[in-house]
Design a binder for this molecule. Structure first.
Ligand code: FAD
Ligand code: UDP
Length: 371
């Protein structure tokens, strides 16, 4: 008899498996329908021996000391600050838009102060910032919005930014200084030996059994367990009772080139050209030295594995209906990006899983901590 059946061996499922086993002595069965652990953060050495991220670039960053310290139990880190260039008007310029972006794009020599005045002149005043269009045009005006955001967003989401919640493009800030880092979080680092090695360590506890290539539905009536933690799509759990929640998918095209370097930045975004949104060169992320280099292109699509919840009001409404069903079965915990339909980064999934663990632990006050 397992205490917990955990569906999904990504961040949400693996953190909970580790905590329940190591802190509460629970017996855990973690199942994943894929043939590997790590969920979308899974990485592996390809046939040329280059460490690649199967499901696109994953860069770890967080402001949470708790999350960083927790993961540090399972990995050493390699400091890494992510930088991205956008291909716009025939040039590669920094994104997030900063002082160098504008000076390079327009052949200017503005100071930060002058750039603030420039933005103030071109920005469109908005009474309410509601959509992903509002966020950008209210800061940098329509021309820069069209060069950097409109077409990228249409490609990625198959939707105009005016139809998407403001939170989507608000992920990308605007700067008037020369800081060209993609993230400004306190902790920015990559697991020294990769994500999968970190997951292996998290899950290597005698109380944790891993079952891969298995949909939980195949075993849930065969293997006895007391409680479930579910990290797959919430609508699938309830057999799409209220209809499908939209998730956006991607097709990844991996390539290896017989040269040490492919492009001048870890990621190049292509807002206005090509069917793909961006190209990532993994060696920048991992620090690996190799005579060849591996890259991945991301082609957005509607069908396929669910990768992104689509933040917009009607989807939030539909999610609420599923959440009400979930709340009615307290013996199943819904955790993670797909099960709570939140556009979460890795660190947010870890934080959410740690919070759920605390909740579970407080329900068992009589159990002493297992050290
Ligand atoms: P997942 O990793 O999706 O794990 C859920 C698991 O459940 C999957 O392995 C799935 O196979 C399994 N499952 C589903 N249904 C079933 C079933 N019926 N039976 C058995 N198993 C099932 N975050 C960052 O912080 N930084 C980044 O740079 C970053 N880049 C990203 C790039 C891309 C292209 C994508 C798609 C995401 C990116 N993320 C990034 C987000 C990150 O991937 C997620 O926040 C995190 O991996 C989600 O973890 P999770 O455990 O909630 O879900
Ligand atoms: N975005 C854009 N142009 C860019 C980068 C991002 O329009 O050059 C928009 C786009 O809608 C994207 C969102 O901002 O989906 C969030 O970008 P982020 O890089 O955070 O996406 P993720 O890494 O999660 O795919």
């Amino acid at each position: 008899m397992f205490d917990y059946l955990i569906v999904g061996a990504g961040f949400a499922g693996s953190v909970l498996a580790e905590r329940l086993a190591s802190q509460l002595g629970k017996k855990v069965l973690i199942v994943d329908k894929r043939n590997h652990i790590g969920g979308n953060a899974y990485d592996h050495y390809n046939e040329d021996g280059i460490l690649v991220h199967k499901y696109g670039p994953h860069i770890f960053h967080t402001n949470s000391k708790d999350v960083f310290q927790y993961l540090s139990n399972f990995t050493q880190w390699r400091s890494y600050e992510h930088r991205v260039r956008a291909s716009v008007d025939g040039q590669l310029v920094p994104i997030p838009i900063n002082l160098d972006t504008i000076n390079k794009l327009y052949g200017l020599n503005l100071t930060s102060f002058e750039l603030e005045e420039f933005f103030a002149k071109v920005a469109e005043k908005k009474e309410y910032i509601r959509t992903s269009e509002d966020v950008v045009v209210s800061k940098v005006g329509r021309e820069l919005y069209e060069k950097f955001f409109r077409n990228y967003t249409r490609k990625q989401w198959d939707m105009d930014p005016s139809e998407l919640d403001k939170s989507v493009t608000a992920r990308v800030p605007t700067r008037t200084n020369r800081d060209d880092r993609y993230f400004t979080d306190t902790y920015q680092a990559m697991p020294l030996h990769g994500f999968t090695a970190m997951f292996e360590k998290m899950l290597s506890h005698p109380n944790i059994k891993i079952m891969l290539n298995t949909d939980y539905r195949e075993i849930q009536n065969v293997i006895p367990y007391r409680q479930m933690i579910y990290t797959g799509p919430i609508d699938a759990f309830f057999d799409y009772r209220y209809g499908k929640l939209p998730y956006r998918s991607l097709e990844f095209k991996h390539e290896t080139h017989n040269k040490p370097v492919h492009q001048p930045a870890p990621v190049v975004n292509y807002p206005n050209e090509h069917l793909y949104t961006r190209c990532t060169e993994f060696k920048y992320l991992t620090g690996q030295e190799h005579s060849k280099t591996s890259i991945v292109y991301e082609f957005p699509q509607a069908e396929g594995d669910p990768y992104y919840p689509v933040p917009r009001p009607e989807n939030a409404e539909l999610y609420k209906k599923y959440k009400a069903l979930a709340d009615a079965i307290p013996e199943v915990y819904f955790v993670g990006r797909l099960a709570t339909y939140k556009y979460y980064n890795m660190d947010q999934c870890v934080a959410q899983a740690l919070t759920v663990f605390k909740e579970i632990r407080t329900k068992e006050p009589e159990k002493p901590l297992v050290l």
